[in-house]
Design a protein around this ligand. Structure first.
Ligand code: OGA
Ligand code: MN
Length: 284
């Protein structure tokens, strides 16, 4: 496994690994170690399929079902589509509700931070990419935490935060009633610690609604400040997708967002799976 860093804060391009081949225990352990160390891993030129992606997901832990499919219809689905492609000839345009709902992903977030057990890693594979736009941007809340003053770190270390999907996503589109009912707001730790190396990070993003026990105004001031500090342009790394790229990112410490693209002009077809976290953050 050959690892080439992508940004001072996080990220690595990985060569010499076939994610669709046999996943030996040594390889799986090396992937977990690389996730803990680099937070975002890019594997170019993967001959991926849904079957192989699900096997990879299962090798890394317990697959997390799509909350969207489950919330809306009760269906358990592990591999979800990101983008606007319906089939070889048809796609959703910019005005389609499906496309508009997915623009919620253009707000900085950590996948499933609003679930009792949030996501460990997401795995996103690109099949078709727009000729312009359509990047995914990442920042590290571990690096952001490390840049806080010691006084600020102490101030936030023991706080808890309410994360709420309906709070964040109704900013871009209505959330179906069944879906909203399936996702009550969830309390999470504000500061998380990586169990392997002990580095700490804060954990906010667009789903973070309020600080437990704080007023609305004080909550928003702190959450907005932490979000803005984490996502400063110089701390971002953007994945410019090429077909065949597989990216794995650590939602425990990374924020990401879609940069957007013109769905009227371009097709974008990506498949996403997620590995469930090890438990509720309050038990970490
Ligand atoms: C995701 C996501 C952003 C994008 O797949 O979880 O937020 O670039 N994607 O589509
Ligand atoms: Mn996401």
């Amino acid at each position: 496994m050959e690892i080439e860093p992508l940004h001072d804060d996080f990220g690595a391009r990985v060569h010499g690994v076939d994610l669709t081949g046999p996943l030996s225990p040594d390889l799986v352990e090396a992937l977990h170690v690389a996730i803990d160390e680099h937070s975002v891993l890019l594997f170019p030129d993967q001959g991926m399929s849904d079957e192989a992606q699900l096997l990879l997901t299962e090798a890394l832990g317990e697959p997390e079902e799509s909350h969207t499919a489950y919330g809306r219809t009760g269906e358990v689905v592990y591999v979800g589509t990101i983008g606007n492609v319906i089939d070889a000839h048809t796609k959703h345009g910019n005005a389609d509700p499906h496309t508009i709902a997915l623009t919620g992903n253009n707000l900085w977030h950590s996948d499933s931070s609003f679930r009792r057990v949030p996501t460990y890693v997401s795995i996103l594979h690109a099949y078709e990419v727009p000729a312009e736009g359509g990047a995914t941007e990442f920042v590290s809340q571990r690096s952001a935490y490390a840049r806080l003053t010691p006084e600020k770190q102490i101030e936030i270390d023991a706080l808890h935060v309410l994360h709420d999907y309906v709070f964040s996503r109704t900013k871009v589109a209505p959330v179906d009633d069944n879906h909203a009912a399936s996702l009550p707001p969830i309390e999470q730790k504000l500061v998380r610690t990586n169990p392997r190396h002990g580095h700490r990070n804060y954990y906010v993003g667009s789903h973070a609604r309020s600080i437990i026990g704080w007023s609305g105004i004080d909550s928003r001031r702190l959450i907005d400040e932490l979000n803005e500090f984490a996502v400063r342009p110089e701390y971002r790394w953007a994945q410019q997708w090429r077909p065949g790229d597989t990216v794995i990112w650590d939602n425990r410490c990374i924020l990401h967002r879609g940069a957007g693209y013109d769905a009227d002009r371009y097709r974008r077809y990506m498949r996403q799976t997620r590995v469930r976290g090890s438990g509720p953050t309050l038990e970490e």
